[in-house]
Design a protein around this ligand. Sequence first.
Ligand SMILES: [Zn+2]
Length: 55
Amino acid sequence: MTTQYAHIGKKSWWSGNVKTLCGLILPPGNAKSVWFPAFVQTCPGCLAVQKNGGK
Ligand SMILES: [Zn+2]
């Protein structure tokens, strides 16, 4: 069982893809990430970017 991270990202309304802060592009049909994690650890990469002010 792999550790699942919850990425912080924005969904592009024009493409449907989700661009995460850590640079991942999640295709619409593959975006199973939990955006409001209750017990899932937030992705360290996303947190680091957010801490730096985000983009
Ligand atoms: Zn991430």
